[in-house]
Structures are given as structure tokens and as C-alpha cells.
Design a protein around this ligand. Sequence first.
Ligand code: GDP
Length: 334
Amino acid sequence: MHTAMSETMLFPLSGRRVWVAGHRGLVGSALVRRLAREDCEILTAGRDSLDLRSPDQVDLWMKNVRPEAVFVAAAKVGGIHANDTQPATFLYDNLMIEANVIEAARRYGVEKLLFLGSSCIYPRLSPQPIPASALLTGALEPTNEWYAIAKIAGLKLCQAYRRQYGCDFISLMPTNLYGPGDNFDLQQSHVVPALIAKAHQARVTGAVSLSVWGSGTPLREFLHVDDAADGIVFAMQHYSGETPLNLGSGEEISIGDLARMICHITGYSGRIAFDITKPDGTPRKVVDGNALRTLGWQASTSLETGLRQTYRWYLDHAGLSGHTGTSGPRRAYG
Ligand code: GDP
């Protein structure tokens, strides 16, 4: 069955039971902050009580808790190095999490589900800004293809469940996110937290240079996670359709310029050394966010403001003693 639902039907969260799967992660914790402004009941489960990779545990949780709306923000995530070196974990964990949550949501009649993917689902050499129509038109970026394949499967599950069962499941593909609550561990992290931690450390220790991976020429679009959470809630309320929505800021910068901006913000005035033994990843990745803009949403935090706020958060939570931050892989399973 293919539902002929209006793509802009309003779905208010007020009065509803809303499960944020992955509420301890970067996006999930921002979603919980954002949802506090909606008049809804926020449901969460800790990793100790619910392993989202287990079909039985997810089924039992859904049966007992009966959410009416679900945000799938749970994922095994990481930066270019983590993706490249743990392919099995990135593929298996993400496939299991999304398959379990989406199937249980169907089984227990969840009214609406929003699945979060990533802009890395698009081919490495997509037209820029990347339209949703670029999906599956070319080869993926090899450094994160395992994660990308899992996320493509997740968005396809949403499309398939909509077609076969009439489920109102949508998916959203955010661009590179950053902000408070990010993972600052250098082996696991994305570029923004990595450079904040490294530049801070370089200033504190008086290092002569700061190592930046790759050539510095790749272009990336960055979105503050509180803007992302606002866009995600907006999409849940205003969009119903099979086509994934892109979520971006439209603000693009080279890795070299990003490094210079972070050095300025953290007060590090030494030399930037580009380490070309490390991978660049995809040369350019900026999403076409027009569909969401047409529905009435856009980002409001400038990159510089967002980076300053993230650095303050880092100082308050991880950087006080000059060490580089939290350790161990960040998983947002629960
Ligand atoms: P990507 O957008 O999937 O490639 O993920 P990342 O955020 O991990 O990397 C973005 C770009 O920043 C890549 O070109 C990296 O090589 C570059 N980069 C520069 N320094 C670092 C660093 O210290 N850590 C990470 N993760 N990336 C870095």
C-alpha cells in the first residue's frame, strides 16, 4: 500500500509520548533539550537497560512503553579515522539498531518515526549542493562507506515500511554536526571537536605547531547541533513523505580555514601543519537544504558563534586540566 499522505500535514508533538532513541549522543541530547519546549512526554532508555542491537530487548521496550512518536538518533558514530578502522562495528551496529527500532515501531503502531541518517549516504562525487535525487547514483566515499551503507538501508527501511505497511516513517540527512556534548576523543571524533581539543592543548602546552589531518582543502558544511535538533523537530511536525529531507546550514568552509578559525577562538597562535599522510575524505560535501527551507525552516547559528559556544562547553567539561577530552568510542545506543 502506498499512502497518499500530504507531505506537509502537521503532526503536533504536544500531549504525545515521544521516545528519543540515543538520548545520550550529540544529537539525542540536543533533541531532549529542544523537546523540553514542546508539551510532550519524553521517553528515554539507558544503555544499561536497553541494547538497541538486540531485537528482543527493543521489542520488549516498545511493547511496555508504547511511544507514539520516535526519533531514531541512536547510532554508532565517529570521524574519518574511526569509520575507516572499525568497518564491521559501523555496519553491524547501525544496521541492527535501525532494523530493530523500525520493525518494533511498526509492530506496536508508532504514529510517526523520524530516522536520522547522514550526508555521507550520497556519492563521493555528487553535484553540489547535493540534492536528495543524488542517492545511489554513484560510488560512495571509501572512508565511510560502511556507515553510509547502513544509513542508506535505514532510509530505505522507512520508504519500504511506508509503501508496504502505510507507516508514517520519514528520514532526515544532516550535514556535519558539531556542538556541546560532542566526542572530543581524538581517535573517534569528527574534525570540529578534534581541532578544538588539539588547538586548546597546543596553546596550553606552548606547542610550536598544530597537526591538521589531510591537505586542508576539503570543503565541509557545518551545522550546530541545537539548530539540527530544531530542524529535526520541525521535520517531524511538518513533513510526511518518502523522499529523505536534507538538513544543512548552507555555511561551507575549507578544513584549512576552519583550523584557522578554531586557532583564533582558542587563542593558539602557532603554526598549522597539514599531515598529508592522513586521508582527506570526500572533497566537498554541502547538502541542498531547499526542501526544508521551503517548508519554513532554516539554521540560525553562525559557525563562529557556534564554535565559540562549543569551546566554552569543552572548557567547562573536558578541557580544564589541559587533557584532550572524553575517552573511548561514543555510542548512542540507549
Ligand atoms: P568526514 O566529513 O566524514 O570526512 O569526517 P571528519 O569530520 O572526521 O573529517 C572532515 C575533514 O577534516 C577530513 O578531511 C579530515 O581529514 C579533516 N581533519 C583535519 N584534522 C582532523 C582531525 O584531527 N580529526 C578528524 N576527524 N578530521 C580531521
